[in-house]
Design a protein around this ligand. Sequence first.
Ligand code: C2E
Ligand code: MG
Ligand code: MG
Ligand code: MG
Length: 290
Amino acid sequence: VAKEQGKRTFIVFSPEMNRRVAEYMWLDTNLRKGLEQNQLVVYYQPKISTHTGLACSVEALVRWDSPERGLIPPIQFISYAEESGLIGPLGLWVLQTAAKQAAKWQQQGLNIRIAVNISARQLVDDSVVNDLACVLEENQLTPCMLDFELTESSLIEDENRAHEVIGRLRALGAQVHLDDFGTGYSSLAQLARIPLDAIKLDKSFVRGVDLAPVSQSLIRAIVAAAEALQFRVIAEGVETESEDQFLNCVGVDEKQGFLFAQPMLPEEFEAWVQSYRPHHHQAEDDAGKG
Ligand code: C2E
Ligand code: MG
Ligand code: MG
Ligand code: MG
């Protein structure tokens, strides 16, 4: 609120605005330093294939281990990074870290794909294509074990350019997934034009779906549309057995959520994947039917 009193201008900030400005300034002083001083950490959360019951891939999720505040979740710094331009170096660091991890796991005989989240900005300035080519080369990561998750907002700014970049990422062997599907504004017509491998249903649809007829109909419709367009469907945020069972029944291809595992450090994931035994999966049902 700006009040004009003669020549003097008073800017009155609400406590909320004050808090935001202070937070922005704190991030401005500390996040770049944190990145340079190696304080960022990548956690990995598995996705379970409905068809095999096994972990088929992991999502790379960044956190910031700040000496001042402890472990900070991405929701508290990604939008600052996007606004300030720091998302460029930050995103590259996540991609490099994921590529090294994938190569390390490959050498251990653990062949698991890693999906990296990318922001609209990284897609539009198209450095991501070159970055992918570089990390594949540096880590001798063949075949390409890296995939990308991008949000619908990435496609709005410049659709043609986004399509071109997606095509080039896929030409390098990466899969491209549309993240948080259902929370944005892409039309079916638009969806049909994008060269995608999968759509990732937002957790707001998945939450409580076993009890919500409207969400059930929506998910069935989305799965049918995805089938027609030849995209796979991945569900995020699966927390309960009955949500899981519903998703198996409607033909979702992969599932991710706290029911199976939280995001984990690499060593934790290695231990988890050794001991994970699916108790129920679609392949058993299919075998039973046939
Ligand atoms: P996202 O890509 O949609 O990732 C899924 C988020 O849901 C993650 O939160 C994950 O920990 C959380 N999640 C997974 N399973 C469950 C569940 O069963 N229940 C609930 N309630 N939540 C679940 P996280 O790690 O806090 O990440 C938040 C967002 O930050 C991500 O959402 C993504 O948009 C962004 N992000 C994370 N890492 C990166 C990155 O390296 N680059 C960019 N650009 N964005 C990132
Ligand atoms: Mg994601
Ligand atoms: Mg998501
Ligand atoms: Mg989400």
